[in-house]
Design a protein around this ligand. Structure first.
Ligand SMILES: Cc1ncc(COP(=O)(O)O)c(C=O)c1O
Length: 486
């Protein structure tokens, strides 16, 4: 019998092998560079420092302390094992009552008590990743478009687009007005879609923004609600960073806005998660909260593919119902984030690097336009390679956030300890200092510096991009392909 050689890609589905996942972007390449040479204070002090990871690791001690004081909250302890059987067999996709009640209360708290949430509208998902995809499956068909303001979280390409087949349509925001969303930009993106015969089904916003670290004011939010209401399209608000707001103005969630202006509530949907506000991305707790009854019902059926484990629900129900703990945690976490943000941005300012003014998030949006050879995305990539290969910091270039202007970089500051922040700042200081020396130095020195510090040629790269892009890999647990959700 003769066996024909079939191309490998033909053996698999189009969905599995399509290139909409976005893993070949520099955002993920930075992770790979970190993966192959991770910084460790004693074992690898010259390794790459991971500043591309939006994780909130500053308040773990508070949660650990609570767990020690409340051993009965877990079914895997002597004190809690009595609930083991009930919890182990629980599989209702509505979720535990106590869990939904506690999450609804927590969401209310993180929005300053200015909006309340109905536990029966809470649908579970596997993190905000699963929640965003679940909503797309409910709201749009393959080929339909969703507007998204730029710069936006790179994971949206995967979460919203990859398996659903929808298209993301950029709403271009500019540095001239601090990347604020304007009515004009929304209208323009909408018109462009219509001219390309794309059916626009909705608009998705992240508030607070990843990567900007800014919160939207009431007037912008009202403009947005008016816009989607007028066009009769959906609004998805990803509020995953709600409680990372560490400085005024207060966070205003969409639930507060729709109490203040008239709109068709069937169009409003919220995504939430405990990955950032509680620093628990590994727990995979995602929430869809829709004001539309049909979406709640369909979403609940779909949630079977990404439920939160009953063990996690059980533990979190206790933790989040402890109001005294939650109040203390939210207060302390915001304080620590503010301190870290200030230390980091002041450190950058001292060497002349500015960040966009921000009051939320786990990162800064660094303006390195002045360090580009030319105002192009090619130059941005050159600079990024220097930063990752020579300065040994994994920061993420603006192009991977679909930023419309070259020279912006996102740098995360809440996933490391104080010492590592000091080392990262020291490296930046040296890098910029050498650059300044070069500017003042002779032509000869300039050439030398360029050769030794700005190793921009592909041959000098520390890892082979081509290999990274095309070779089959065994995924380590730290692999960007596994972890790069942030
Ligand atoms: C805006 C935004 N949405 C969603 C996610 C995914 O979060 P989760 O870990 O809950 O899936 C992230 C993670 O960085 C994010 O920044």
């Amino acid at each position: 019998m003769e066996f024909k050689c079939t191309a490998k890609s033909q053996l698999l589905s189009k969905l599995a092998t399509n290139d909409q996942h976005g893993e070949n972007s520099p955002y993920f390449d930075g992770w790979k560079a970190y993966d192959s040479d991770p910084f460790h204070p004693t074992k690898n002090p010259s390794g790459v420092i991971q500043m591309g990871l939006a994780e909130n690791q500053l308040s773990f001690d508070l949660i650990e302390e609570w767990i020690k004081k409340n051993p009965g909250a877990s079914i895997c302890t002597h004190e809690g094992v009595n609930s083991f059987r009930d919890i182990a067999i629980f599989q209702d996709y509505h979720g535990l009552h106590e869990f939904r009640n506690a999450v609804a209360k927590f969401m209310e708290k993180t929005r300053g008590g200015r909006a309340s949430f109905d536990p029966d509208r809470i649908v579970m998902a596997g993190g905000a990743t699963g929640a965003n995809e679940l909503l797309m499956f409910c709201l749009a068909d393959p080929g339909d478009g969703f507007l998204v303001p730029t710069p936006y979280y790179p994971g949206f390409d995967r979460d919203l687009r990859w398996r659903t087949g929808i298209q993301l349509l950029p709403v271009k925001c500019k540095s001239a007005n601090n990347f604020k969303i304007t009515k004009e930009a929304l209208e323009e993106a909408y018109e462009n879609a219509l001219n390309s015969n794309i059916k626009v089904k909705g608009l998705i916003i992240a508030n607070p923004s990843n990567p900007l670290g800014t919160t939207m004011n009431k007037s912008t939010l009202k403009d947005i609600v008016t816009f989607i209401n007028h066009k009769k399209i959906h609004l998805v608000c990803d509020e995953i960073y709600a409680a990372t707001v560490f400085r005024g103005p207060n966070f205003t969630g969409i639930s507060e806005i729709i109490q203040e202006i008239e709109c068709d509530r069937d169009l409003i949907h919220l995504v939430y998660s405990l990955s950032k506000d509680m620093g628990l991305p590994g727990f995979r707790v995602g929430i869809v909260y829709s004001y539309n009854d049909i979406v709640v019902n369909c979403g609940r059926k779909m949630s079977s593919f990404g439920l939160v484990s009953s063990q996690t629900q059980h533990l979190l129900a206790s933790l989040l119902s402890d109001e005294e703990f939650v109040d203390k945690y939210l207060f302390e976490s915001a304080k620590r984030l503010a301190n870290r943000h200030d230390r980091f941005t002041k450190g950058l300012e001292e060497v002349g690097i500015k960040c966009l003014e921000s009051n939320a998030g786990l990162f800064g949006w660094m303006d390195l336009r002045g360090l580009l050879k030319e105002a192009t995305f090619e130059s941005e990539m050159e600079l990024w390679r220097v930063i990752i290969n020579d300065v040994k910091l994994n920061v993420s270039p603006g192009s991977s956030f679909h930023c419309d202007e070259p020279g912006w970089f996102r740098v995360c500051f809440a996933n490391m300890d104080d010492e590592t922040v000091g080392i990262a700042l020291g490296r930046i200081r040296m890098f910029v200092g050498k650059g300044k020396e070069e500017m003042q130095g002779t032509k000869k020195q300039r050439k030398q510096w360029k050769r030794s510090n700005l190793r921009l040629s592909f041959s000098s790269m520390m890892y082979d991009e081509k290999m990274i892009v095309s070779s089959p890999r065994i995924m380590s647990p730290q692999s960007p392909l596994v972890r790069a959700r942030t």
